[in-house]
Design a binder for this molecule. Structure first.
Ligand code: GAP
Length: 512
């Protein structure tokens, strides 16, 4: 097991042990790629949603909210292209009987070549020290060049094959690259087939009249079909945005990475409607704005990177991913897509209803262009807990696991802990708890020794513990213990709320 795999396993176990995430229907052995959120998980998720909603809707005058239904008219998915094109190419290994996404097998192969290049660069950088010129090294080192050429060659076949749905070519590439099944080690592959990722069900009571409908695979289409309703009722002028948080469903072929790739998940999406021709300006704006939003959480910048798409989705003319450094490597966290007028144009055509905007400045009517930001709530949750999970050896040799969740997002902000369960300390503790509970998510705990209670709160990510001791009864002061530094300060009871508020507030960075 690699270091990353080991860490990921620990994070998954920790999430269950501390009430963040449980496998769905666990008493029936679980349901693959479906998860439930426990108390701490729900609080963390709600805090992430709140942070996103406030940043998008409350702080932007020209963005409004929407909560559209999961079920939509089946024609929506025909118009959007999902019925015909929301497919993944799948391939089975005949020996292990394991199923894979054919494109992921090739992408993993490319990632291994990139890894080799990065290792060469790191080695050389160590050898040459300050005088190391990375650009020159990449351009001249024969081993790096050979691997770069291999990557280019693969991409020059892979990208068009994916865009044009050439499944034979994808299979040929897997064979030529000698990609083996990670389980059986064999290269005994079936043909590549397309697999539509939408779940469908029947709506209507009688079998004859029931019609097939889909569980939405993205929240975005609910926004597109409501574009006119929102624009007219809100009397919005371009550019303006519509934001929505909601469930989406995809019948993922491979779903082995905990909450990274789920079959039922939540998205936080914002569609920004702009004048045609302005889309690149707004695409750059949102790329920048979304990165700033992630940075403001307090997770170091080195955990994020921007990845430009080689292969564009059927609706986009430009797209990037914001990637996060998960324990299994950099992977997509959020997508920023310039979707042109593809969606509104398609819905206009299929519904026969005009979805145009009359521009009072140019006195023209047109179908607006769209730049979207699309973030997976569960994926950001995983990013945060992956970053937060920390094992520490303390000065006295003891060990602790602490979840360094950004304080503003922490499930519980304050724990109130009487030092002992007697001498009037629990009563005083309850008083403090009652004083704080209307403003902060708080916990009151009196069971076990104080050290064990601190450890439990550390493991759940609680940034502040308030300890009530005998001195509290004398002078109305308590100790405030900070989770990461474990430092304690003595403060007046009256100041607790002010201190906690000050230290747990999160505002997206202002634009320069
Ligand atoms: N409306 C555009 C759209 O849905 P996407 O790249 O397919 O674009 C957007 O999805 C985001 O949704 C991804 O960046 C990811 O964070 C999240 N996401 C997609 N599929 C997911 C899955 N199966 N499980 C968890 N999150 C997922």
């Amino acid at each position: 097991m690699t270091k990353g795999e080991d860490l990921f396993k620990k994070i998954t176990a920790h999430c269950k042990e501390y009430g963040f995430i449980f496998p769905s229907s666990e008493i029936y052995d679980g349901l693959s790629a479906v998860y439930d959120y426990g108390h701490n998980g729900t609080e963390l998720k709600n805090n992430i949603k709140d942070y996103w909603w406030k940043s998008m809707v409350q702080y932007h005058e020209n963005i409004v909210g929407l909560d559209s239904a999961i079920f939509m008219h089946p024609a929506v998915w025909k118009a959007s292209g999902h019925v015909d094109a929301f497919n993944d190419p799948l391939i089975d290994n005949k020996d292990s009987k394991k199923r894979y996404r054919a494109d992921v097998l090739i992408e993993d192969h490319i990632a291994k070549l990139e890894d080799k290049i990065n290792k060469e660069v790191a080695k050389a950088s160590k050898r040459f020290g300050d005088s190391f010129d990375e650009v020159m090294f990449r351009n001249t080192n024969p081993r790096v060049q050979a691997n770069l050429n291999k990557i280019e060659e693969i991409k020059s076949r892979f990208v068009p094959a994916m865009e044009q749905g050439k499944l034979d070519e994808i299979k040929a590439l897997i064979e030529e690259l000698e990609i083996a099944c990670p389980v059986s080690g064999s290269r005994n592959w079936t043909d590549v087939r397309q697999f539509n990722l939408m779940f469908s069900t029947k709506m209507g009571s009688s079998a004859d009249s029931a019609s097939e409908i889909y569980l939405r695979p993205e929240t975005a289409q609910g926004i597109f079909v409501n574009y006119l309703n929102v624009q007219k009722t809100g009397r919005k002028k371009l550019p303006f945005g519509i934001a929505q948080i909601g469930k989406a469903f995809r019948n993922e072929i491979i779903a082995r990475q905990f909450i990274f790739r789920m079959r039922e998940f939540e998205q936080m999406e914002m569609q920004f409607f702009v004048r045609p021709g302005d889309e690149h300006k707004w695409y750059e704006y949102w790329k920048d704005e979304r990165m700033r939003w992630h940075m403001a959480m307090g997770i170091p910048e080195s955990h994020f990177r921007i990845h430009k798409h080689d292969k564009l989705a059927h609706y986009a003319n430009a797209a990037v991913d914001i990637e996060f450094d998960f324990p299994f490597g950099f992977r997509e966290l959020e997508g920023i897509h310039s979707r042109t007028d593809f969606d509104l144009g398609a819905h206009q055509k299929h519904s026969g209803k005009k979805l145009q905007y009359f521009d009072p400045e140019t006195r023209e009517s047109y179908v607006p262009y769209v730049v979207e930001t699309s973030l997976g709530l569960d994926r950001l949750f995983l990013a945060i807990v992956s970053y937060a999970y920390t094992e520490e050896t303390l000065e006295d040799g003891s060990e602790r696991v602490v979840m360094k969740i950004p304080p503003a997002l922490a499930p519980t902000k304050v724990a109130v802990l009487p030092l002992v369960k007697k001498d009037g300390l629990p009563e005083k503790g309850r008083e403090v708890f009652d004083m704080l509970k209307y403003d902060f998510s708080c916990q009151y705990e009196e069971k076990d020794a104080i050290g064990r209670r601190y450890r439990r709160q550390d493991a759940a990510g609680t940034p502040y513990c308030i300890t009530i001791d005998h001195e509290t009864l004398e002078n109305n002061t308590v100790t405030v213990r900070e989770r990461d530094s474990m430092k304690q300060e003595r403060v007046d009871i009256e100041r607790i709320a002010e201190i906690v508020r000050e230290r747990t507030v999160l505002r997206p960075a202002k634009r320069p």
